[in-house]
Design a protein around this ligand. Sequence first.
Ligand SMILES: Cc1cc2nc3c(=O)[nH]c(=O)nc-3n(C[C@H](O)[C@H](O)[C@H](O)COP(=O)(O)O)c2cc1C
Length: 762
Amino acid sequence: MKLAERLAALAAGVDQGTYQPALFSLADAWDRRKVEALVVAGEVREVHDRYVDQLAELCATRSPKQKLRGEALDEAVRAALGDGPPEERGTWVHYPWSGRLVHVLGEADYRELRFSRNRYKITPDEQAALRDKRIGVVGLSVGQASAVTLALEGVGGLLRLADFDELALSNMNRLRAGVHEIGVHKCVIAARAIAEIDPFLRVEVSRTGVTEENVEAFLTEGGKLDLLIEECDDLYTKVFLRERARAHGIPVLMETNDRGMLDVERFDREPDRPVLHSLLRGLSAAELKGLTQAQKVAIVLRILGPDALKGRLGASLLEVEETTTSWPQLASGTMLGGAVSTDAARRVLLGELTRSGRYFVDLDAIVKDGREAEVQVDAALEEAFVRKPLPSPEAPPLARPADKRTVTREDVRRLVGFGVLAPSGGNAQPWRFVAKGGRVRCKVSPDGGRTLNDFQHAASFVALGAAVENMVLAAPAMGLSAEVALAPDAKDPLAACDVVFRVDDASYAVDPLCAVLGARCTNRKLGTGAPLSERAAAGLVEAAEARGGKLLLATDRAAVAEVGEILGQADRMMFLSRKHNEEMGAELRWTEEEILRTRDGLDVLTLDVAASDLAAVRLATTWKAVEFTAKMGGGGALVKSARRALGSSSAVGLVVFPGTASHSYFEGGRALERVWLEATARGIAIQPWSAMLYLFARLERGAGKGLEPKVRDRLGELRQRFLRVFDVPAGHAEILLFRLSKADPPTARSLRKPVEDVLSFG
Ligand SMILES: Cc1cc2nc3c(=O)[nH]c(=O)nc-3n(C[C@H](O)[C@H](O)[C@H](O)COP(=O)(O)O)c2cc1C
C-alpha cells in the first residue's frame, strides 16, 4: 500500500464521535471481563495507574492537623487500602477516543479530594446542592469555556451541550483544542475535555445544535434544566430558545464576549419578563427569520447597547462580510466569559443572584491607565507590628504632709489614683467615685453591665471591689484610716459602698501588700510550667480568706490541661458567636492614637502574642471573616490559644465568695485583689480568663437570656466539665478564674483614664 493510502486508511479509523468514558470496577467479575476484552481488542493503548498517590493525598487532606507524611502517611494509606489488591479498589476509566485506561478513586472519594480546595468558598452542602443541578450550554465558543469551568468548579451534575458546528482552525484563537481535533464536533471536544477532568460527571451532547425539533427535549428531557447558558451566535436561536426557556421557567445567562457583558434573565422568578430585557421591542423569534446581514447587525447593536459602537467591536461589525467573515472574539474574552458565566451560574443555582439584569466585567474599563487601585494596607495592624509599648500606669505618691488635720481633695485624688490601678474586665474601668470631704461613694458606672460578659454587672462589681481594696490598703500609708460602709443607698443599686477616710492621729499598720499596688498587672506571657510551691499556694489561699473569700486551686497537670480544653471550647464558641465576637473586637485597641484617646480597652500589645499572631487576632475579631467559619462549623484554631496558655501555667485559680448578689461580687473583688497582690509580691504572673465564668452565671441564674440557643446548650456541657475540676461550694459567687504562671514580665500594660474622669466632688 502506498503511504498516502495507508495514511488515509488510518485517518478513516479515527474516532470522531465518542465522548462518554466507560467506568469499571475490577472487583466486579463482569467488569473484569469487559476490561480484558478491551485489552485483547487493542482498545487500551495506555494505562495510567496513580491510584495509591490519590489515596495518599486523600488521607492527607482528611487529617490536615496531623500533616501526615512518611511512615505515618504510608500507614494511613495501608489502612485505607485494606487487604484486597489495589487494582480492585476505586474506578477504572476507559476513554475510547484516546485508548487510555485510567485508575482513579471511587466517585465519592474522587469528588471529596478534587473539591477539597473548594471548601470554605463553596461549603460541602453547597457542593452537594450544585451536584443536583442540570445545566444546558448552547453555543460552544464561549460555551466551551463555560462548560469546562462549570465542570472544574463542580457546578452542575448534568451538563447538556449543544452546537451544530465542527472545530475549524480559525476557531483555535479562542477554543481550547488540539490540531488533531479540527473537524471534530465542538460539543464532542468539550464533552471529552470534561470527561477527562471528571469521568463521573454526566454530559450529554446535541450535535445538531438546538433546533425547533429538539428544543423541548433539550430543555426538559429527564427533568427540566435548572439553568440555561446561552452563548450562540444566531439571533433567531437566541430568541426562540429564550421564549421556550421562559415557557418552562428556566433562568438564562448569556455572556457576550464583549466588554465582559453578562445578562441574567430570571424567567423562573419572572414568568412574564420580555426576553433580552425588551431590547427587541416585541420582535418574536419568528420575525427574525430571513433577515439581511444589515438588519441583523442593527439588532445585534441594539442588544449590545450604544457603548458597543465605541469599541473595536462596533467598527468590526461594519466589516462583517466585507473584510472579515464574522465578528471578532479573543481567547481572553472567551475565557473571561467562561469564568463570569460559571460564577453567575453557581450563585444563581445557590439562590444568591436573584434579580434579572445586565452586568459588565469590562477589562478595558476596569484595568487601564489612571484606574490603578490604591494599594491598601491595614494601617492599624501594620502599626501594631512595630509599635513600642507605652509607659505603664504609675501609683501616686504615698507620703502625706504631717501637719494636715483634715482629708483634702488632693488626698482623695491620690486614694482614687490607687483605686483605679485595679484590674477590670476588658480594662473597662467601670467605676465612679463621688467624694464629700473624706467620704467617698464608690459606684459601678452606669455604662458597665452592657456586655454579655458582665451579667448583672457582676464583672463591674468585682472590679469596683478590687479598686476599693486598693484604696483601703493605701490609706494607712498616707496616715489615714479607712472604713467601708456597704450598700449606702437603698435606692441606688449601683452604689456598692462609702469609704470613709479619717485623720485619727493614730499610727497605722501598713499592709505589706501596699508596696505592690503599682506593680500588680495582668501578664499574658506564656509561663515556664514550673509548679506552684505549697508555700505560695498557702499564701494565696490566706490572702483570699483575709477578706472572707475562698481560693480554689487546680495544680494537678491533668486538671490544668482540662481547664485549658474547657476554656478553648468556650473561646471557640464565643469567637463564632457574632455578639461575643463584636464585643471582644470592640475591647481591642490597635493604634497609639486610639489608646491615648480612650485610655481604656486592651492595647493589643498587652495580649503578648507574637507579631505573626497579631494578624490572626485581627482576623478572629473581624466578624465578616469569622462569619463564614461559623457557618461551616470550623474554628478549631480558636481552641489552641487557651490550650497552649494553660499548658504553660503552674495552676488555675478560682476565687469564690459566699452569696450571689452584687455585694458578694463586690466583696469577692476585694478578696481577689488581695490574691493578685499577694501573687505579685511572690513573683507569680496572673492572667484572668473570665468570659466563660460570667456566662455560666448568666446560664444558671439568668436562664441563659441573651445567649444563642446553641451557645446555651454547649455552655451547659462545659459547665458540667468545669464542676468536675472545681468543687464550687453551693451558694457562692464565682468571682474570677485565672491562670497562674512563672513568666517574664509583660511587654505592655493597660493604661488608665485620668482620675478626674471618674472622680467628682459632691
Ligand atoms: C473581672 C475581670 C475580668 C477579666 N477578664 C479577663 C479575661 O477574660 N482575659 C484576660 O486576658 N484578662 C482579663 N482581665 C484582665 C483585664 O483585662 C485587666 O485587668 C485590665 O486590662 C487592666 O490591666 P492590668 O490588670 O494589667 O492592670 C479581667 C479582669 C477583671 C477584673
